[in-house]
Design a protein around this ligand. Sequence first.
Ligand SMILES: [Zn+2]
Length: 427
Amino acid sequence: MADRGRCPQCGSRELVEDAHYAQSQLVCAHCACVLSEGLLTTTFADEEHLREVTYSRSTGESEQVSRSQLRGLRRVKDLCRVLQLPATFEDTAVSYYRRAFQLPALRATRIQKKEVLVGCCVLVTCRQHNWPLTMGTVCTLLYADLELFSATYLQVVKLLGLDVPALSLADLVKTYCSSFKLSQASPSVPAKFAEDREKLVSRTVQLVELAGDTWLVTGRQPVPVVTAAAYLAWQSLRPGGRLTCPLARFCQLAGVDLPHPAYLRLQELLAVLLRMAGQLAWLRLLSPDKRTVVKHIGDLLQHRYLLIRRAFRERAERDEEGDEEQEEREGEGAEEERQPRDEEKGSDRPPGPQQGKRPASPPLLLPPCLLRPQKRPRPRSPETHITGYEDISDSELEQYLRTHEEVKAFQKAQAASQKAVGTSAPS
Ligand SMILES: [Zn+2]
């Protein structure tokens, strides 16, 4: 901008405006160099005829849609149609793609990333409309690397400042279960394995909710949870003949992939159900195990809120009671205070091994990673009181320097290794 009034040829500042056939020109009075001709003054600060506007600086460029953007927009629309999304989704996804493309960080990236960007925009749109699309599905459709996808996804969400709700599990259950090939008997599905879709969905939703209430969902991949819940729901709807069918066979029958963590989720869910079964007197008499408890899932789910509350105790509740009790004991005669409370508990708690004077501490309701910590507890950093102003002795520094002998030995070793390389290399 500093040089705007200078001739590029001779450097003179004597620039004259000259009307040449009604076209204003800017001419150097010194060497007659024509600086600009037929001025385009359609753009920003160039109203004063001092410099011609290159096309790249004109406003036209930002309106122009590049070929890769056009391609991307077409891909967004294609993807929406392949996924059979409602028509309004397409517009939203397209507008996200346009916005993302305006960001230099996303415009000037590799072509793979632009391809992934297509999926990100569609995924964000689906999440915002509670449409249960998983990242895995998008990656499969785009042949995309999951890591690149998730990195780009996080980048897009951050750069565009989007608010993306979590995947809605109930919706995921519906789409996931509707992909099962179990709704009617077929050559590959025996009649006893066929199940009504509505029933299966509603029970699976309940089991997924149960898993969510008992900390089995948070921080985990959602699909394996749904797989395990669907399997249990399916077994419990007609236990006869289905109890012996393992999870892998179930997935094979239903025509879905078996995600590896589903086994773990299944065991965790069964453990929760067993705990709940322990709260029902008539069920406890049958002493169910992980296999037989499946028969009673329907009953357990009917009272799941109450059973969970009884089978587990929240940590806060327990600490509070513990504190109260101690205060009571320390204060006035605690016994009279405690007596009615125990009775109260006894009345709504079925009799059995669990019932003691002080209920034999029911397990805490905690995420499995806290109950079975596999990692070492975080080591405490040793407390130091170093200021950084301490003296450094010479002997302390000298131990980092090579002695004369060490220098000699190192040089010898270096020479030897160079010689070895020299002889082994073909010359
Ligand atoms: Zn000049």
